[in-house]
Design a protein around this ligand. Structure first.
Ligand code: TA6
Length: 299
């Protein structure tokens, strides 16, 4: 794999010998591009996304930590901005590892590691001020010919226990949302943040015909979510130690209300499927670690 850095060192790009590539912005360790060997982009990135570090990236895969959304009743995180500070901090590139020896030439892979800690210079100043815990994050992005895996390891390096939530806020690119069907969430209880209801269920497939903002908690960690277009499976999303899946599409009005969401009808080309641990709090004692990952496979 070839790993290159942008001139301003704001991003890292890795390309497999077979042509697949991934690009990661050090701001937020945000994956901003994932292309297959033909150069087809698999993630959606707003044309108005800020890539200069001035705000969270609108698109790609923002990393949500230590809180999903806002938690006004949660003592430790109630003053944090929506979705926490990991996505608005500057992470360090820790290195790459590739597997291209003869045995794996047919299945090359490259792993890029990124780090963020409470002591890091790039930590969002809000975090130090409002979330005074000693922590370390390692975020790994692994590209193979037909998949992208992103995973996070959170460790508590201090004496004080802390609660945290983690979510991988993935914007999948689709041709047209009206021909998308989603399987794998049937009969899974979900919280509907648009209808303000809980414990709803529905049969497969799920279609997206209006603003959709739901937190599903599948009974099995191994339940895959499959996104199809015109009945043809495109993405299969699997989780590792992440209990929840958020499905989000802002639709017309919410897209119109986001200054960094362009084009305004871009909601027709995106679907957020966001594996996370958000329906409860992970409590990390001193020295504890929490690990969670997603694998998106091109079907
Ligand atoms: O993941 C769904 C969600 O929580 C929505 O409620 C919406 O707020 C979305 O995240 C985007 O949030 P952001 O802070 O990136 O604008």
């Amino acid at each position: 794999a070839i790993v290159t850095f942008s001139d301003d060192n704001s991003r890292v790009r890795a390309e497999l010998p077979t042509g697949e590539s991934v690009e990661v912005l050090l701001h937020g360790a945000t994956v901003i591009s994932w292309k297959d060997a033909a150069g087809d982009e698999k993630l959606w990135l707003s044309e108005a996304a800020k890539l200069d570090g001035s705000k969270a990236v609108r698109g790609g895969i923002p990393v949500v930590f230590p809180v999903f959304g806002t938690a006004p009743d949660h003592e430790q995180t109630k003053t944090l901005p929506q979705h926490g500070f990991a996505r608005t901090s500057r992470w360090e590139f820790l290195g790459k590892s590739t597997s291209e020896d003869s045995s794996s030439l047919s299945s090359p892979s490259v792993k890029l590691d990124f780090g963020l800690s409470s002591a890091a210079a790039g930590l969002d100043p809000l975090a130090r001020e409002r979330w005074p815990f000693a922590f370390n994050l390692i975020y790994s992005v692994t590209l193979t010919r037909d998949s992208l895996n992103t995973g996070i390891v959170v460790t508590n390096d201090g004496e004080k226990p802390f609660d945290c939530q983690v979510l991988l806020h993935t914007y999948l690119r689709v041709k047209d949302i009206s021909s998308v069907t989603i399987e794998g969430l049937a009969s899974t209880p979900y919280t509907d943040k648009v209808a303000s209801t809980t414990n709803q269920t529905h049969p497969d497939p799920l279609t997206i015909t209006a603003e959709t903002d739901r937190v599903y908690t599948p009974s099995s960690l191994s339940a895959a979510v499959t996104v199809s277009e015109s009945g043809v499976p495109k993405f299969r999303v699997t989780r590792d130690n992440l209990t929840d899946v958020v499905v989000w599409n802002p639709w017309t009005n919410k897209a119109a209300g986001m200054a960094d969401f362009e084009p305004k009808d871009g909601f027709r080309q995106m679907l957020c499927v966001e594996p996370g641990s958000v329906s409860s709090w992970q409590v990390l004692e001193q020295g504890d670690a929490f690990e969670g990952a997603q694998t998106i496979t091109l079907v």
